[in-house]
Design a protein around this ligand. Structure first.
Ligand code: C2E
Ligand code: MG
Ligand code: MG
Ligand code: MG
Length: 277
């Protein structure tokens, strides 16, 4: 049959490839059930200021698979995107994070915390995105000025889209935008400077090498200067050592997220971390 289809047809008769294909088909089937079976979990990672005081959290999605255990987002986010499930799951993440932020707002000890939520470009470009988000905001009554939507440069790669307008319409509601993984994309600075952003998030690959790579140190330094001159907040992600934090502080970056301060944890563990601090 392979021959009949012609030479250009891909055939999975290689047993290794076939196993890989089957595995991804199974994963996709499991992915579709995950929402119904309540296998999604939201983890929270602490963000701190120069004194180590909590300033916010990043919500990070986890998939508790019955056989595989905790599956990494690096593995399932691309699959959610290719299957189109990302909008539904992304809406779940946003809703959960918004309700949590609304709860914190009622607690004197926690009402100052911000919540960062990752938004996939595909989710953002979905025509239902703005209506979904507005519905979630209305239901949750979250304090939107403390909600940060994390987008990546790839969001702005589509040539003739209206990402800019969409951002403005959400910003009109009070929401903030953070540019995640800054420095890993290909956008021009001239273009980035025009976007209605509030925060730059320095990517961890640069942060982790500020002391070992002068090139990466230079990138981080100029990112901090850029943020200052564009009047954007700055935060470093992936801070793992005191030395990295000291370097960042010396160069003017005063907000940090990384294993040094806490790994992503369940809500219970996150609130226990805050109470212990
Ligand atoms: P991200 O948004 O850049 O999130 C930061 C990632 O770095 C997280 O990985 C976090 O656990 C990890 N990290 C934080 N501090 C350190 C550190 O000190 N050292 C090291 N080695 N890693 C650190 P995670 O949770 O595996 O998420 C990976 C990526 O998956 C995220 O990168 C984000 O792009 C995506 N993702 C996670 N949750 C969601 C979600 O709800 N929606 C969407 N669209 N994407 C998500
Ligand atoms: Mg992020
Ligand atoms: Mg990041
Ligand atoms: Mg990243």
């Amino acid at each position: 049959q392979a021959k009949a289809k012609g030479r250009d047809t891909l055939c999975f008769f290689d047993p290794v490839m076939q196993a890989a294909l089957l595995a991804s088909i199974h994963l996709e089937r499991d992915l579709r059930q995950a929402l119904v079976l309540h296998q999604w979990q939201l983890y929270y990672q602490l963000q701190v200021d120069i004194n180590g005081n909590a300033i916010g959290a990043e919500a990070l999605l986890r998939w508790q698979h019955p056989e595989r255990g905790l599956v990494s987002p690096e593995e399932f986010i691309p699959l959610l995107e290719s299957t189109g499930l990302i909008s539904e799951v992304g809406a779940w993440v946003l809703e959960k994070a918004c309700y949590q932020l609304a709860l914190w707002a009622q607690n004197d000890q926690l009402c100052h915390l911000t919540m960062s939520v990752n938004i996939s470009p595909l989710q953002f470009h979905d025509i239902e995105f703005i209506p979904h988000v507005k519905a979630i905001f209305n239901r949750s009554k979250a304090p939107l000025e403390r909600l940060k939507l994390e987008v990546t440069e790839s969001l702005f790669l589509e040539p003739d889209d209206n990402a800019h307008d969409k951002m403005l319409s959400l910003k009109a509601l009070g929401v903030r935008f953070s540019l995640d993984d800054f420095g890993t994309g290909y956008s021009s600075l001239a273009y980035l400077a025009q976007l209605p952003l509030d925060q730059l998030k320095i990517d961890q690959t640069f942060v982790q090498q500020v002391l070992t790579s002068s090139a990466n140190a230079a990138i981080v330094e100029s990112t901090i200067v850029l943020a200052e001159s564009l009047d954007l907040e700055i935060i470093a992600e992936g801070v793992e050592t005191r030395a990295q934090q000291a370097w960042l502080l010396a160069h003017g970056c005063c907000a940090y997220q990384g294993y040094l301060f806490g790994r992503p944890v369940t809500l219970e563990e996150f609130e226990a971390q805050l109470a212990a601090a």
